[in-house]
Design a protein around this ligand. Structure first.
Ligand SMILES: [Zn+2]
Length: 134
């Protein structure tokens, strides 16, 4: 591990090679976790930050987001589930769900509970959101 740190500190290696060394260093640090002092730990953390290890690259994050499944509340037409009370928070029909899990601010949820959305008639799920207003 000292060798790896020394190599990083000497500099003169490209970003790709540096990343590799930092990665090795991170693994070595995990193995030697009880023999590392605070100063070494600090060095390792700062090298990891410099090499961008430990945080997900923005590009990968975006890809994950675009691949995600649309949430239920986007799939189920709003007017459908409003006709039923919520099985979870017992919000009455035509009422928004109660914000019991503190998603967003306010006392009412911005989206309804999945339980309520799932209680919508399955046949209607295939309908596009924002269909004709009734
Ligand atoms: Zn609810």
């Amino acid at each position: 591990m000292q060798t790896l740190l020394a190599r990083l500190e000497k500099g003169g290696i490209g970003p790709k090679a540096m990343r590799k060394v930092v990665q090795d260093l991170a693994y070595a640090a995990v193995e030697a976790h009880d023999r590392i002092d605070a100063h070494q730990q600090e060095q390792i953390s700062s090298w990891k930050a410099r090499a961008g290890i430990g945080r997900r690259p923005a590009r990968a994050e975006r890809a994950t987001r675009s691949k995600r499944k649309p949430p239920l509340h986007e799939k189920v037409g709003r007017d459908r589930w409003f006709k039923k009370p919520c099985p979870r928070c017992h919000a009455a029909k035509d009422k928004e769900c109660i914000n019991d899990d503190k998603i967003g601010g306010g006392s009412l949820r911005q989206t309804l509970h999945d339980e309520r959305l799932q209680s919508a008639p399955p046949l209607l799920w295939a309908e596009p959101v924002g269909g004709p207003e009734e």
